[in-house]
Design a protein. Sequence first.
Length: 55
Amino acid sequence: MKRLIMLIAGSFALYRYRYQIVNAVLGQPQLRRFFIRLSMRIPFIRDRFVQRAFH
């Protein structure tokens, strides 16, 4: 029962502070570079980025 409560509380905290967590993670240049490379390997995201960049 304790684990379930901790899981729910942790999930709520992650959801509530999701933008602050993402900003902290992407504030690191190496991690940001890694996530950009990873996302550019996904065709849908890459196509959307290219369309917006060169529109």
